[in-house]
Design a binder for this molecule. Structure first.
Ligand code: SF4
Ligand code: SF4
Length: 323
């Protein structure tokens, strides 16, 4: 029976909320069907106070082996490197993370804050927040770039703000089943099975994207036009399966008329939330998107965009989902 310990640092608990909504498999399935022993979880653990301290001491010393160590939230280093902005079980959380990750079979970062710092690490980063093995796109993070768990793995990053619940539970099941070696990771240590395709893969607006037909005002309808040209959709350059593994098994941001904000990439939040950078396509010279679709340079993009717009058929300008 694999053991799992889940701790939470600097975060909003969004990944816990997401995890508890998992469907394939559910959080309960992890225990009843896959035999995982949840040592403790901040929302599910029954122990409080002294009881939690005892669990933490046992996990840190190795008296209680942790096969899967899940960490949600950024590691708060402030003030002045003391970690005292985030005290847990009588110590800075960062000290528990350091000791438990050194003994864990595998360490899993769930959500952007844990993967790369996320929202808490936005400039000026008052709590000195940092991800487990990255800060933004810079390799290193709290554990250092050479960190390996006792199974020989770097931190397995499951990003997202929050991560989709089934990305979390499916990776946990694979790890609990002893299939850590089958999980291939991409350049940012994300499981390739989820983070090779783009948010755009499966988006119902792709035909509008192809012919460069934009939604013209935010919230205008929910189905017509592409959100890339004016509203900052990062679907063409964000690795996620959000339009393949739907949220609540029925929708996604772009299907609901909301731009993808690129939350599975290490630059998130892109533009550090500065005024005018959210829900607005950043452009050079007023016309060229600052961030091109993955794999395209500005010249190729402009040539393709000009041609596509010129030949756009009438149907590409209309709502295709009339019932
Ligand atoms: S840019 Fe966004 S809205 Fe447009 S097709 Fe791609 S994912 Fe869908
Ligand atoms: S659609 Fe984009 S912003 Fe939304 S959850 Fe998916 S990757 Fe994140």
């Amino acid at each position: 029976m694999a053991t799992l310990l889940w701790l939470e640092g600097g975060s909003c608990s969004g990944n816990t909320m997401s995890f508890l909504n998992a469907e394939e498999p559910t959080a309960v399935d992890l225990v009843t069907d896959f035999g995982i022993e949840v040592i403790w979880h901040p929302s599910l653990g029954m122990e409080l106070g002294d009881g939690v301290q005892e669990i933490m001491r046992d996990c840190a010393s190795g008296a209680r082996p942790v096969d899967i160590f899940v960490y949600e939230g950024s590691v708060l280093m402030g003030p002045n490197g003391s970690g005292r902005y985030d005290m847990f079980a009588n110590r800075p959380m960062k000290d528990w993370v350091s000791e438990i990750s050194a003994r864990a079979g595998v360490t899993v970062a769930v959500g952007d804050c844990s993967c790369w710092g996320g929202i808490p690490a936005v400039d000026p980063n008052p709590s000195d927040a940092i991800g487990l093995q990255y800060l933004k796109g810079n390799h290193g993070g709290f554990l250092g770039k050479d960190y390996r768990s006792t199974l020989g793995l770097p931190v397995v990053n499951i990003p997202g703000c929050p991560a989709h619940p089934d990305w979390i539970t499916q990776i946990v099941v694979a790890l609990a089943a002893g299939r850590a070696g089958d999980i291939t990771l991409d350049e940012f240590q994300r499981p390739s099975t989820f983070f090779t395709t783009f948010t755009q893969t499966g988006c119902t607006r792709v035909q509008f994207y192809e012919y460069k037909q934009s939604t013209m005002s935010f919230g205008e309808g929910t189905r017509t036009g592409c959100l890339f040209y004016e509203f900052g959709c990062r679907g063409p350059m964000t690795h996620s399966p959000c339009n393949r593994i739907l949220w609540n098994r029925q929708s996604s941001k772009t299907r609901a008329g909301h731009p993808c904000t690129g939350c599975t990439e290490p630059g998130y939040p892109h533009g550090d939330l500065e005024k005018g950078t959210v829900f607005k396509t950043q452009k050079v010279a007023g016309v060229i998107p600052k961030d091109e679709p993955a794999g395209m340079d500005a010249g190729s993009y402009m040539a393709l965009a000009g041609l596509s717009r010129a030949v756009a058929p009438q149907w590409s300008k209309e709502d295709m989902f009339v019932v």
